[in-house]
Design a protein around this ligand. Sequence first.
Ligand SMILES: Nc1nc(=O)c2c([nH]1)NC[C@@H]1CN(c3ccc(C(=O)N[C@@H](CCC(=O)O)C(=O)O)cc3)C=[N+]21
Length: 282
Amino acid sequence: MAAKVLDGKKIAADYRANLAQEVEQLKAQGVTPNLTVILVGNDGASQSYVNNKKKSAEKIGMSSSIIHLDESTSEAALLDEIEKLNQDANVHGILVQVPLPKQIDETKVLEKIAPEKDVDGFNPINIGRLYAGVETYIPCTPLGIMEILKHADIDLEGKDVAVIGRSHIVGQPVAKLLTDANATVTLLHSRSKDMGDVLKRSDVIVSAVGKPGLVTKDVVKEGAVIVDVGNTVVDGKLTGDVVYDEVSEVASAITPVPGGVGPLTITMVLNNTLLAAKRAQK
Ligand SMILES: Nc1nc(=O)c2c([nH]1)NC[C@@H]1CN(c3ccc(C(=O)N[C@@H](CCC(=O)O)C(=O)O)cc3)C=[N+]21
């Protein structure tokens, strides 16, 4: 039986419709949620992501600005720019697009973003708060993955879930969220032994590596749910980690690339910006 396609675009559109209503309510109270994105340099893909975020924010009634800095911007100048946004009461969410040019230390930048405006959840303070189980901003891709799984009609309780990839922005936090949802999580990475055996017994596989062709039909259990977080450009085409055509013959549900996790990532940036605006009111 062919897998159910988990349509990220549709799930994202429904979610954004709810966000739009909440934005409207806040605006009635005189607060317009604002997302400000800083982009350093001229990477084409980054420019298109950033424009996408601004457009999506405006579409649900938020205000959004892009601060576009030159490729040669110094670390000090970027930190100054962030400081201004930290002080600006009209800015609720700050996002600095990564990767950054090599003269800039990414950790210093992420640490500079005020934790209460850090809608990516990349500031080490917010990462720590996530693991401590206290109020924070959950990184957008992990949050989006959990939202997609909600729509896959699977109960995670006691299920075996394999997460492939141990990044700070996807693999590790999603493993934490899945554990909180009572799944038994195995975090696999480039040094893992017997990856195929673990995958083969998993009820859910989340692949967040960026390596097309990584997940093939022969390592997927009949009826498994597959979430593909890979986004690698191959011959100008966005490509996931999963060999979609063959894996969808055995999986019960699968996310496509594009049109799967990506639209939810942007949706959760908006979600966290709304949350930041609400928290600022208190
Ligand atoms: N500070 C920061 N925060 C981020 O969240 C962040 C970042 N930096 N740097 C780059 C990555 C990448 N990322 C994506 C978001 C949406 C799609 C997305 O919507 N993709 C569409 C397709 C878009 C297309 O066709 O180009 C899809 O999968 O359907 C992809 C990738 C966020 N990132």
